[in-house]
Ligand binder design. Structure first.
Ligand SMILES: [Zn+2]
Length: 408
C-alpha cells in the first residue's frame, strides 16, 4: 500500500490554526492536511476529490506528544527503594541508596521500558534528565545515550548538583563532556539547600563557552527566599545568553512578591518554563499526617498570559520521588487541568503537551508525523482516549508495536 498523500476531516486544536480559520458553529471547520515535500499544508475541508487521502472523519489530531521532563535513570525503582518520609529531600536520600543497584543492565532495562510506554502514548520527543554524582558522566549517561526508537527522539540533560560547578575547572570539565554528547544539554539542581551564586555563575559561563543549551531544576520549593530564578533573571539582564534556557519547576515563583517581575524578564530572554504538576503536587507542602494546604505549582496562568513558552512534564515515574505515573502526557495534562484550573483541554491546553517550539524555537508546527485519536470524543478528552496511532510520512504506525501496519 502506497503512503497516503494527506488526510481529510482532521479536527485540529484551535491553538495551531490561524485566526482566520473558518468556524462551523463554535467548532473550527475540519481540516485537510496535504503532505508536500516542503512540509504540511493545512486547508479547510472541501468537496474536492483527492487521490489517496486518509479520511479521518473528525478524529482529533495533534502533533506527536512531548515528554519534556523525565528521569529514565531513576524510573521503576520505587518497589526496591521507596522514600522514608514525604517531600523532595527525603526522595533524594532514597535515590542515593538505590543507585548502588544501578548497573548498566539495570538502567537499560528500566529506561527501555519507560521509552516504550512513552512511545505507546504517542510521544515523539522525550527529554530526560540524568543525575551526575561527580564531575564525570555516570554510566546512565552512556546507557541512555544508546537508546534509540524510530518514533521518538531522545534528548539527555546532565542533572548536576549546583556545588559541582563551584570550581571553574570542574564546570569546564562537565560542560566539555556534555558538549561531546550528541544533542545533550547542561542542567543543574538549584535549590535553597545548595544555593551558591558563584557556582551558578560558573554553570552559565561554562554553558556559554561550550555553546550548550540549558535545562535547570530550579526553585523546586515553596520558599519566598529561593534565589535561583531571581538570580538567573538578574544575570540575563547583564549577560544575554546565546543558547536556549529551559527552567523546570519554578514553584517558588508563586510565593514571591516579585515572581511576576521575574517572569517578565524570563519572557524577554525567551526562557521556557516546564511545570510538573504530578510531582509538584506530591512533593511540595508534604508533611506527615497533614493535608497539604498549597498546590506547589509555578505561575502557569501568568506564563500563559505572557505567551511564555510553557510545557507540562511527567517528571518522576514510579520511583522514590513519585510512586505513580504512566509516561502518558495525557495523564500529565489531566493533572495540570485540575491543579492549575485550566480550561479548553483540547483546543488550548493540548499545546502544553505537544508544542515543539517551546523546546526548539524553529521547529515547524507539523512535520509529516501526526498523532491521531480515531474515536474523537472532544468532551471527554484527555480522558477515555486510549486508542491512538501515528501517521508518519503517510504510513500508519500502530503504537503498541512501533511498526508500520496497513490501514487505520
Ligand atoms: Zn525532575
Amino acid at each position: 500500500m502506497s503512503p497516503f498523500n494527506g488526510v481529510t476531516g482532521a479536527r485540529l486544536p484551535c491553538w495551531l490554526l490561524p485566526e482566520s480559520w473558518p468556524m462551523q458553529g463554535n467548532q473550527p471547520q475540519r481540516a485537510t492536511l496535504h503532505f508536500q515535500d516542503s512540509g504540511v499544508k493545512i486547508t479547510p475541508d472541501d468537496t474536492v476529490s483527492r487521490d489517496n487521502y486518509l479520511a479521518l472523519n473528525g478524529a482529533l489530531v495533534l502533533p506527536p506528544l512531548i515528554e519534556p521532563h523525565a528521569h529514565l535513570d531513576k524510573t521503576f525503582t520505587v518497589q526496591r527503594s521507596p522514600a522514608q518520609r514525604p517531600g523532595l529531600l527525603a526522595a533524594i536520600e532514597a535515590m542515593h541508596q538505590d543507585r548502588a543497584s544501578w548497573t548498566s543492565e539495570d538502567i537499560h532495562l528500566r529506561a527501555s521500558q519507560a521509552l516504550q510506554w512513552a512511545v505507546e502514548a504517542g510521544v515523539g520527543l522525550l527529554r530526560t534528565h540524568i543525575d551526575w554524582f561527580t564531575t564525570d558522566a555516570p554510566p546512565a549517561w552512556q546507557v541512555v545515550g544508546k537508546l534509540l526508537h524510530p518514533l521518538c527522539t531522545i534528548e539527555r540533560v546532565a542533572l548536576v548538583p549546583l556545588p559541582l560547578f563551584a570550581h571553574a575547572e570542574d564546570a569546564e570539565e562537565i560542560a566539555r563532556q556534555v558538549a561531546g554528547s550528541s544533542g545533550a544539554l547542561l542542567g543543574g539542581f538549584i535549590h535553597s539547600s545548595n544555593w551558591d551564586s558563584q557556582a551558578f555563575l560558573q554553570l552559565m559561563q561554562a554553558a556559554e563557552r561550550w555553546q550548550l543549551d540549558i535545562d535547570l531544576h530550579i526553585d523546586e520549593e515553596l520558599t519566598e527566599g529561593a534565589q535561583g530564578l531571581r538570580w538567573l533573571a538578574a544575570y540575563l539582564q547583564q549577560h544575554p545568553f546565546s543558547g536556549h534556557i529551559t527552567c523546570s519547576h519554578g514553584c517558588a515563583l508563586t510565593h514571591q512578591a516579585d515572581g511576576e517581575a521575574t517572569l517578565d524578564i524570563l519572557k524577554h530572554h525567551n526562557v521556557t518554563l516546564i511545570a510538573l504538576p504530578a510531582t509538584n503536587l506530591l512533593l511540595q507542602d508534604a508533611v506527615p499526617d497533614r493535608t497539604p494546604r498549597q498546590r506547589g505549582l509555578t505561575l502557569i496562568k501568568e506564563a500563559m498570559t505572557r505567551d511564555i513558552p510553557l510545557l507540562l512534564g511527567a517528571d518522576n515515574v514510579q520511583d522514590a520521588f513519585c510512586p505513580f505515573g504512566s509516561y502518558d502526557p495525557l495523564d500529565t495534562l489531566f493533572s495540570g487541568l485540575l491543579s492549575a484550573q485550566l480550561s479548553d483541554a483540547f483546543d488550548q491546553a493540548s499545546a502544553l503537551i505537544c508544542r515543539r517550539t517551546a523546546l526548539h524555537a524553529n521547529a515547524p508546527v507539523f512535520t509529516h508525523d501526526l498523532l491521531i485519536f480515531p474515536d474523537a470524543d472532544l468532551a471527554s478528552w484527555p480522558l477515555r482516549q486510549r486508542q491512538r496511532y501515528r501517521l508518519v510520512n503517510g504510513v500508519v504506525h500502530s503504537l503498541s508495536a512501533g511498526e508500520p501496519v496497513d490501514g487505520a
